[in-house]
Structure formats: C-alpha cells, structure tokens
Write a protein that binds this ligand. Structure first.
Ligand SMILES: *Cc1c(COP(=O)(O)O)cnc(C)c1O
Length: 370
C-alpha cells in the first residue's frame, strides 16, 4: 500500500537530529516560553523575512489570535466582515466567526482552487475590514491589484499560510505578503511538528506584541493581565523539532515539486483534470496534489484496489456544514463542484521512484465509464 503521507518516514529522515534535540529539551527542565521557542521564532522570522514570528499552539489559534488582536487594537469590531474563500478548510472560517466577525465567502477560481481575486471587490461593504487569503493546497494567491484594493478600502490582508510555507510570490515568501499570517505545523503539513503547533508572522510590532500577550493569558508581565487572553503557547519540545525541520523545508518542498512535475508530465488520462503549475511570479509548494473528476468515488475505489491511498480535501464545504447552517441557503456552484470532484494523490518528500511510478500507472489505467 502506498500511503497518502508516511509521517513516520518523513520524521525518521531526520531521526538523529530530532532525537538529540528532544533529549536535550527533556533534560533542560524548561518546557514553555524558553530558548527553543525563542530560537525557532527567530529562525522562522528570518526565513520568512518578517520582523516578528510568534509561536502559538496551532494554526487555528494563529488565525484567531490575529483577528482578536485587531479587535483589541480597535482596528476591527464585532460584526465587521472578513472576506474568505468559500472552499477553504473550515479553520479559516472558524477563526473569523469565533471572534464575532462575519465570514463573507467568495468563490474560488475553478482552475487554481484559490479565491477568485476578481470577485472580491463586489463583496466589499462599509463593514469589511479584512481579506483572509488562503494559499490552498500550497499554491500562492496574491496580486498587486489585491494590494491596491486593500489600500483603497483600508482592509487588512491576512494570510492563512497553513499549507504553503516556503512558497514565494515575486520573490516574497508567503507569510510576508500581507499584514499578518497564520501558520500551522500540524504533523501532516509541509513543516510538521510531532503534535499541534502554529505561528504568526507579521511586520507590525504592535500586532506582534498584542498577540504575544493574548496567547499568554493577556499578559506581557507575569500576573499583570491587560486583556482577557487565552493560553495558546508553542511547546519547547515542538519548537525544538520544528527548528531542526525548518532547515530542510526548501529541500523537501523541492522534492514535492519534482514529484508534481513528474505527475503532470506522465499522467495522461482524459477522464481527469490535473492541477496547473502557476505562471511566474506565483509558486506552488504542493502540500497537496489535487486532481478532479465527476467520477471521484469510482476513481478512489479503483486506486485503493491498486494499493494507492488517496484522500479528499475536502468533502463538505464550510457553508454546507451543520456548524454553519445559517449559510446553508447560499449558492457557491464552483465550491460545491470542487468538493464533489476533488481527490488528492500521495505526494511527499519521502516517496520512492517506484511509488511515484505506481501512482502514475494506476491513475493512467483508470477508465471513465461511458
Ligand atoms: C491545517 C489548516 C489550518 C489549521 O491548522 P491547525 O494547526 O490544524 O489548527 C488552518 N487553515 C488551513 C488552510 C489548514 O490547512
């Protein structure tokens, strides 16, 4: 069986370095808000070329904390609207509604699966305070026009960078394209911890300071609380592991790119719609390799029989979830089509040439019914 993602193999590729760091952190006797987190934050900030990086508990918290900080700073108020792609992973939407802000869903472009930048302006109202762009599947979404639109309407650009660490737009890394960015280091992400972990990057010093306090009970100084904060800290152990793996992210993303290029060159099946390599200046770091067919279930069963594990990202869009039943009446035809038709093939830095060839051959053997 070719696993969708072999996390054991991914982490064992750095076994010696990771085990040494784990042991060192264990023996240090210091487990929170110490040198490992500080070092990882410095390295992450420098990798992204952002002024500040703040380690937090997970990716959802990273996004929640950005918006919460803007509320504490008076930039946003409850009831304000944040534009977000309708086909994102639900965490992006949860971060908005959790803060009493209103998610305003916008359809994606059916060929990139990213928010259709041309459809943002028509959704802007007097209550719109931000756009959350999501570099979905690892593909960057950004443009000068988006920047200009944000300037014109005084909108904050928040990047959900959970899936695209290391990707660049015009030489600028994701996480440094907007006003603030949330990262997830969930084990299955391109930079994965050994459990939950996340971070925020920003060039805004006041925002960074507010987030740092909010994530630590609303306190910058022990036992002095300026906000009704939460506890969302990055563990020393996770930071130590992430600091090792950050050194390999470009190499690992390059392996993903090479597999994607091979898939795109050798998968030849008219029944399937393949993803595109974006034109300059955008980039794709292939967190997921997502193909599309109306016969998704048949294809998935066929590949399972061939020993190729696949997953669906994602089966139900946010507006069709029970959790958001108030949006049930809304109509997003592209989003719904995507959720009905997408299937993710295995892609990871540790796939063997044989595994890659088996995936290609299996997919090419799939026959459309008719
Ligand atoms: C994984 C993910 C998140 C949430 O990250 P967690 O660390 O799991 O909380 C948010 N947005 C997107 C697009 C994601 O893929």
């Amino acid at each position: 069986m070719i696993k969708f993602l072999d996390l054991q193999k991914i982490n064992l590729a750095h076994q010696q370095e990771i085990e040494a760091k784990l042991l060192q952190t264990f023996r240090s006797g210091w487990y929170l808000l110490g040198n490992e987190v500080k070092t990882f934050e410095e390295h992450l900030a420098s990798y992204i070329s952002a002024k500040h990086a703040i380690g937090v508990a997970n990716g959802l918290d990273a996004l929640r904390l950005i918006l919460r900080a803007y509320i504490e700073m008076g930039v946003m108020r409850e009831g304000d609207e944040i534009i977000v792609p309708a086909n994102t992973y639900i965490a992006s939407v949860l971060a908005i509604s959790d803060n009493g802000l209103v998610p305003v869903l916008v359809e994606p472009d059916i060929s990139t699966y990213n928010i259709d930048l041309a459809k943002i302006e028509e959704k802007i109202t007097s209550r719109t305070k931000g756009v959350m762009i999501v570099h979905l599947y690892g593909r960057v979404v950004f443009s000068e026009d988006l920047n200009a639109l944000a300037q014109k309407h005084q909108l904050k650009i928040i990047e959900d960078n959970a899936q695209a660490i290391g990707a660049e737009w015009n030489g600028v890394k994701t996480g440094n394209l907007g006003d603030a960015a949330g990262f997830s280091f969930y084990p299955g992400k391109n930079l994965g911890a050994l459990g939950d972990a996340g971070a925020v990057t920003t060039n805004d010093g006041e925002l960074a300071k507010t987030i740092r306090a909010l994530a630590n009970y609303g306190s910058n100084q022990k036992y002095v609380n300026i906000y009704k904060g939460l506890n969302s800290r990055l563990d020393e152990i996770q930071a130590a592991v992430l600091d090792v793996k950050l050194n390999y992210i470009d190499e690992e993303n390059n392996k993903r790119k090479a597999i994607a290029e091979k898939y795109l060159a050798e998968i030849k099946n008219p029944a399937l719609i393949l993803p595109e390599i974006p034109a300059d200046p955008a980039e794709h770091v292939w967190h997921l390799f997502v193909i599309r067919t109306p016969e998704r279930e048949k294809l998935q069963n066929f590949l399972t029989e061939k020993g190729v594990q696949t997953l669906i990202h994602y089966p139900i869009p946010p507006h069709k979830q029970e959790a958001y039943k108030e949006m049930d009446e809304m109509n997003f035809p592209f989003t719904e089509k995507i959720h009905q038709e997408v299937l993710s093939l295995p892609i990871s830095p540790v796939m063997s040439e044989d595994d890659i060839d088996t995936v290609i051959q299996s997919v090419n053997f799939f026959l459309q019914s008719k």
